[in-house]
Design a binder for this molecule. Structure first.
Ligand code: F6R
Length: 248
């Protein structure tokens, strides 16, 4: 696990966006697709801004890009202001030339009895696309990756989960109160995340410093699912000055 610290999240995000752009262009030059695992939340926003800028000002095309998002609240209507479908459209997809058929986000409207097969199908689609070339991740204060909360095993698959209380508290302001935050979500499992060829983890600000320390320096444990990343051979953890505060 390689830790890369930058003065600001803006500087780090540009480096990350350029790595993603290089992959997309390299794949395009070979007539291949780039398969990206994407995250929502605040952490990747500046990366998405830079990718949009590269599309608009530098001719970067997303025609050969296939995306799989990590998670979605459950239940959730895609047109809700809180949905990750809406988030991805507003913050990335509406501003680039990605093909609709290449976008995959867990469906928060699937009937409960069909969630299991939906999740199996989601992983099958990742495999059929050739696997994730790069998975982009943020970390929750609980140590979650995707919505794999404490207690998630290394072999956990894509599934419906119960959100940790801390995660729901962190989401409460944007939902206008804790009672409005869904109790569940569909998330890509730890296993499919770990199967990505490359993982880019981002953590910004001093609020993340304690959990960053656990992720980077702590024992590998399902109590902090992000520690499983220590076992992956191609992970870079990008942190800004605030997030480094607790590292030895
Ligand atoms: C989002 C996701 C979450 C977030 C994490 C950090 O799709 O899977 O694991 O990456 O909760 O959220 P932010 O970036 O808002 O601090």
């Amino acid at each position: 696990l390689q830790t890369l610290s930058f003065g600001t999240s803006a500087e780090a995000s540009i480096v990350i966006a350029h790595e993603i752009a290089d992959l997309i262009r390299d794949k395009a030059s070979k007539g291949e697709n780039a398969v990206l695992g994407l995250a929502t939340g605040s952490s990747p926003l500046k990366v998405y801004d830079e990718l949009i800028r590269l599309h608009k000002e530098d001719g970067l095309s997303f025609k050969n890009v296939i995306t799989f998002n990590l998670d979605e609240y459950y239940p959730m209507q895609p047109d809700s202001v809180h949905s990750y479908v809406r988030f991805m459209k507003e913050n990335l997809f509406d501003h680039i030339d990605i093909q609709d058929k290449n976008i995959h986000i867990p469906d928060g409207t699937v009937a409960m009895e069909n969630v299991y097969s939906f999740c199996q199908d989601y992983e099958a689609k990742i495999a059929a696309a050739g696997g994730l070339d790069i998975q982009v991740l943020g970390i929750g204060r609980t140590g979650h990756i995707g919505f794999n909360e404490p207690g998630s095993t290394e072999n956990s698959r894509t599934r419906i989960v119960t959100l940790d209380a801390v995660t729901r508290i962190d989401a409460a302001p944007s939902f206008g109160g804790l009672d409005n935050v869904p109790k569940r979500a569909i998330t890509m499992g730890v296993k499919p995340i770990m199967q990505a060829g490359r993982i880019i983890m981002m953590a910004w600000g001093s609020g993340k410093a304690p959990i960053v320390k656990k992720m980077v320096e702590g024992d590998i444990s399902m109590q902090v699912p992000a520690t499983f990343l220590q076992k992956h051979d191609n992970v870079s953890v990008y942190i800004d000055e605030g997030a480094t505060e607790n590292l030895t």
